[in-house]
Design a protein around this ligand. Structure first.
Ligand SMILES: Nc1ncnc2c1ncn2[C@@H]1O[C@H](COP(=O)(O)OP(=O)(O)O)[C@@H](O)[C@H]1O
Ligand SMILES: [Mg+2]
Length: 312
């Protein structure tokens, strides 16, 4: 046992984690006092815009990168001071990782199991288990060079899930996978949760986060800005309705009824359902020009990390 391990053994505890990259004298603050916790086994999704520090966090948590300051404990073990204690508890799908071209999915998983110390028979069984779970059979013996991008990504997911860990860090595991394959991965993730494992998932697919997560953490500019169950996050949006139009239809007289966000093509006004008629009338819009819907996870995300017109 690690003598420094604290008595409360959360799967994951992160306090004031800080990391600044310095490249040729230019400093980038990747983590700016990140706080995060997982008090019991769960699926926790990390959402954040590109560059918000998610991968940096995953790298620190999995011992690939040192932080500048702050605390990061896995089951009460300090990741930096006791990497040996932590190593067997974690598994990882790194962002942007490629398999070896001349090995097949079967060989990847089998040899990875052998490297982790499994017996030949154990490694064969585990490969079979993963192959069935992720439906790898049709391509199990095809060299990776001859597989599609998504099929290669699935090898990396299969390797990570083949490890018997307590906590799985999955950094955009389903990137590039078709919807059916993604759902196979979701089933696997749920299966691991049923076995009391913790999954830390980063994803840009909000439907994925909504479907899988027990809790969602929203990270922006290296800081946690919200963590909670889906319903708790939904309540953080002040309004209950979104009105979406092509850019240029809404303006000053509609903005007063809510909060307006724009991207290159669209604008979205968050407002209250009671105001919808008035807004549409005052903007001179036909109902066919607008899309009106209740707020969902995408809206939570936009209103937490997007820049509203007022703030620009
Ligand atoms: N190796 C690196 N050297 C310098 N800057 C980096 C490096 N890796 C990431 N960054 C910067 O740190 C910030 C956070 O990046 P990252 O953790 O990859 O974000 P995310 O995974 O949320 O997209 C970004 O501004 C990125 O440009
Ligand atoms: Mg990333």
């Amino acid at each position: 046992m690690d003598p420094n391990a604290s008595s409360v053994t959360f799967p994951l505890l992160v306090e004031e984690l800080r990391k600044v990259y310095s490249v040729k004298g230019k400093e980038t603050i990747a983590l700016d006092g990140l706080n995060l916790n997982c008090s019991h086994p769960m699926i926790l999704s990390l959402l954040g815009r590109n560059g918000s520090g998610k991968t940096t966090f995953v790298k620190i948590a999995t011992g690939q990168l040192l932080s500048d300051s702050g605390k990061l404990e896995i089951f009460g073990h300090n990741v930096i001071e006791s990497p040996g204690e932590v190593r067997n508890m974690i598994s990882l799908v790194p962002q942007e990782c490629r398999p070896w071209g001349h090995l097949t999915p079967r060989e990847h998983i089998y040899h990875y199991q052998r490297i982790l110390g499994n017996t030949r028979e154990g490694a064969r069984d585990r490969t079979q288990y993963i192959s069935e779970m992720l439906h790898l059979e049709p391509t199990l013996d095809t060299e990776a060079v001859n597989l599609s991008g998504g099929q290669r990504q699935l090898i990396i997911v299969g390797m990570a899930l083949s490890a018997e860990a307590q906590i799985y860090f999955l950094d955009e595991p389903t990137i590039g996978l078709d919807i059916i394959t993604r759902k196979n991965v979701w089933n696997a993730i749920n299966e691991y949760k049923r076995k009391n494992r913790t999954i830390i998932l980063t994803t840009h697919y909000l439907d994925e986060a909504a479907a899988l997560s027990d809790e969602i953490a929203v990270v922006n500019r290296g800081k946690l800005i919200a963590q909670g169950k889906m319903e708790e996050l939904r309540r953080m949006v002040e309004y209950n309705t979104r009105i979406r139009t092509a850019k240029g239809f809404l303006g000053e007289s509609q903005k007063i009824h809510g909060k307006l966000f724009q991207d290159n093509e669209f604008e979205i006004l968050y407002t209250d359902d009671s105001m919808v008629e008035e807004i549409i009338l005052s903007a001179g819009l036909l109902k066919t020009h607008v899309e009106i819907s209740p707020v969902g996870l995408e809206d939570v995300f936009i209103s937490l990390v997007g820049e509203s017109i007022d703030e620009e």
